[in-house]
Design a protein around this ligand. Sequence first.
Ligand code: CAP
Ligand code: MG
Length: 431
Amino acid sequence: MAKIDWYEEFVDFNYKPARDELVCLFYFEPAKGMSKKEAAGRIASESSTGTWTTLHRLPDRMNKLQATAFDMEGSYLKVAYPLGLWEEGNVCQLLSGIAGNIFGMKAVKNLRLVDASLPQKYIKAFRGPHHGTTGIRKIMKVKKRPLTGAVPKPKIGFSAAEHAKVAYETWMGGFDFVKDDENLTSTSFNRFEERVRLMAKTRDKAEKETGETKSAFINITGETELMKKRAKLLNYYGFKYAMIDVVVTGPAAVNTMRNYLADMDMAIHAHRAMHAAFDRNPRHGITMQFIAKIMRLIGVTQIHSGTAVGKLVGSKDEVKAIADTLRKKKVQPKKHLLLKQDWGKIRDAFPVSSGGLHPGLVPDVMKIYGNELVLLVSGGIHGHPKGTRAGAAAVMAAVDAVMSNQTLKEKAKESKELAQALEKWGRMKPK
Ligand code: CAP
Ligand code: MG
């Protein structure tokens, strides 16, 4: 009887991938009645050259392009993809391949794209971050400690003038940055243009009074032409960053904006709102470390990476895997979490730790990340008993304590703001 499908041609457990092949690590659960090998063949087939049935004709070139499921260990599968499958510099096409139809196949009950190891020949078509961590530290004149920032809270509702006032208090408390919240763009009560103008005014005032460099992550998220217009206004007012909700806008828009902003010597602060729609289920979807990889490849300067101890999901191991993906030049493999990755000339990027943090949790976060991070504490400063400026000062004191190997208790003797914060929140981990 003529064969009706050819999936098994996409499986070879003796196969050794070539140096310039792209390798993906998947977690998978075959559907009922489907063997692991059959499911593996379907994952490799549907994400490369195959379809559900044998075909009347198959040009010779095809078998040089088909993917090979080559390593299966428990529920983890590695698939190798010939480089020729992928358009140079087009990350959208990559996602349509390795993160496309396969998630909808009936052959799998669950499927998760864990990581991808991108060969040098593939990554060399990408520009990566315009500013890496060294560039940002130079711009902000902050040599060693984590960079700090906050979002005015409540997250949306302030007028532009009120927003700029909270920003001024945040900067005067010692923070480097003030960030818009992910759902604040331009509303009737807080128009983007007005907010940028007033933020520039209060930034200049804070810089003059503190002698420190202050900046902001102002949210330009929207249709791409609108984002360009907003980016130009930020540049006009001397801001070195634009904030984009990168999952919501998508990789194509982020790619356009990366180049547009780089021409103005500006960086991207990437908020990851909506990521948990597909990265929190450990058995299905796409991991945040893979999203972080794609965003570093395209060229954001920093992206939210979790806290492990704050209010939002993300384990310590996952947070470290994301941080490694963003900061390391050569990423070492981590079982079931990361594949090896040599980033070649692609600059590094900052992980951004945020979400339910307060001064009492600063040591926990710095223990996980070290100092190479952007630390955002928002409710954790605006909820301080003495207000925003005291809250920011309390966080700065906590950072200083960690940097000088002091306990928070010892530091609280020198910083009344820290003492007051510890009295309210202690070391509690919010849910
Ligand atoms: C944090 C935050 C951030 C989250 C995003 C918020 O505010 O501004 O958007 O950190 O999560 O809106 O919740 P708080 P993640 O400091 O007041 O919690 O960083 O995990 O992407
Ligand atoms: Mg937010």
